[in-house]
Design a protein around this ligand. Structure first.
Ligand code: IMP
Length: 425
């Protein structure tokens, strides 16, 4: 029996999962994304080249691995086509790329409703990526969604688009300045999408189960977003509309929980958030600016500047426990170079209480950080690949975080390149 490993984000997303998945994927036969869509942005760098992906798994750079977009995902066919064209231009093989017939399709109305709704929310806006994610998952839950498998039967697909269009015209008429493109144009576009996508469509869930059961293969389940924007366990309503946890990996990839052996939690050595919502350790000062600049903290998907802050231990402990991580991979340690002291929130304060844990009983909006300070380092550590070459202050920072979180930090990344990683076990 083969085994599956899950890699998930432990913060608000953008933890550097793309690079880690790319590094890990060498050891795996299958890399599968299980939730989310083109709201995710993964950056992978090697041999002096940088690739930015939104939909396609970061394992695509391993030519021997199958890369699957599984049933829990929401697929924007236009975005998918753009990504495969770009990869082909750069000589990256897409031969082993497949999309689940069960995945849902992002329709033009989803993007229109996403933008119109967030604008109408005003002060309560979530600050979505505008990629149609929420409205697509809402249609899935309402059981009116259009699935990827329908692209294989254009007649049935056309009928489905026609009756959905009528429904969506009514919904969109509720918003000012929002308008659907003509039905005939959507149907035409979808005929093209059907041609472009049909050869990629498969029962990926069945293939993954067979790969484990009969072929003793290894599967890497690639999380998108981060546990703090998980629909059930994150900072609701400032969350995405799908599951971003290890438990969600099984549902979204069609695997039983018994298939999972390792669970890697990926966390940045500080913390960032894009979009609105509470952020206890946010820095609206020069240090926040330095982190943004040195860490190139601008959204891969939308280009928005990311909000930056100090590492938050109660948050990391909560997400490490929630995901049941077997090891943490700490990324972007190099970005902290030159900053001293480095602060870490070890607990929250609310009114007169000290709270060691994150809880919905104490809204994060009302919590303030209780900081411990650590001495920083000046020596550049970008691309350092062995523990012994790290300055003692950097080693201590990692060791103290490990103690505070209570989970092993099994690797530390020191730069965007594939080789900039230090293994600790
Ligand atoms: P949506 O997923 O586009 O609906 O956006 C909902 C919230 O999740 C917004 O605050 C987004 O900025 C955030 N979000 C969604 N995907 C990502 C991601 O991959 N990284 C970081 N934030 C994300």
């Amino acid at each position: 029996m083969g085994k599956a490993t899950v890699a998930v984000g432990l913060q608000f997303g953008d933890e550097g999962k793309g690079k880690i998945i790319d590094c890990l994927s060498e050891e795996y036969d299958y890399v599968a994304r299980f939730y989310g869509g083109a709201n995710a942005g993964h950056t992978v760098s090697f041999d002096g080249k940088t690739f930015k992906l939104n939909l396609i798994p970061s394992g695509i750079f391993n030519p021997k691995a199958y890369n699957f977009l599984c049933s829990g995902m929401v697929i924007d066919p236009e975005k998918f086509t753009d990504e495969i064209i770009d990869l082909q231009k750069k000589n990256i093989s897409i031969e082993r790329l497949r999309i689940s017939a069960r995945a849902h399709i992002i329709m033009p109305w989803h993007k229109i409703i996403d933008a119109a709704k967030d604008a109408a929310l005003g002060k309560q806006a979530i600050g979505t990526t505008g990629r149609g994610i929420g409205p697509c998952y809402a249609d899935k839950a309402s059981r009116i969604g259009i699935r990827v498998g329908e692209l294989l039967d254009v007649k049935r697909l056309t009928e489905h688009i026609e009756w959905c269009y009528k429904l969506k015209e009514k919904e969109i008429s509720l918003f000012e300045n929002a308008k659907l493109p003509p039905l005939a144009q959507i149907i035409d576009d979808f005929k093209k999408h059907a041609c472009n996508l049909s050869s990629f469509i498969a029962d990926t869930e069945e293939k993954l189960r067979r790969a484990l059961k009969n072929d003793n293969k290894k599967i890497l389940l690639e999380g998108a977003q981060g546990a703090m924007i998980d629909i059930d366990n994150g900072t609701y309503p400032f969350v995405t509309s799908s599951s971003a946890t290890s438990a969600g990996a099984c549902v979204g990839a069609g695997l039983p929980p018994t298939a999972i052996d390792e669970i890697y939690g990926i966390a940045k050595a500080y913390i960032t958030r894009v979009g609105n919502g509470p952020f206890v350790t946010e820095l609206n000062d020069e240090i926040g600016e330095t982190l943004r600049k040195n860490g190139n903290e601008f959204g891969t998907t939308t280009g928005r500047p990311r909000r930056c802050g100090w590492f938050d231990v109660p948050l990391a402990r909560y997400t490490a426990e929630l995901n049941g991580v077997t090891g943490i991979i700490l990324t972007k340690l190099d970005v902290l170079t030159g900053i001293s002291p480095i602060k870490v929130a070890t607990a929250y304060r609310r009114e007169r209480m000290i709270l060691p844990v994150l809880s919905p009983m104490h809204p994060l909006e009302e919590c303030r950080p209780f900081y411990e300070e650590f001495e920083g380092w000046k020596e550049p550590i970008a691309n350092v690949d062995s523990w012994d070459k790290l300055p003692p202050q950097a080693q201590r920072y990692v060791e103290e975080l490990e103690k505070l979180i209570g989970f092993p930090i099994i690797a530390v990344a020191t730069g965007p390149d594939r080789k900039a990683i230090i293994e600790r076990r």
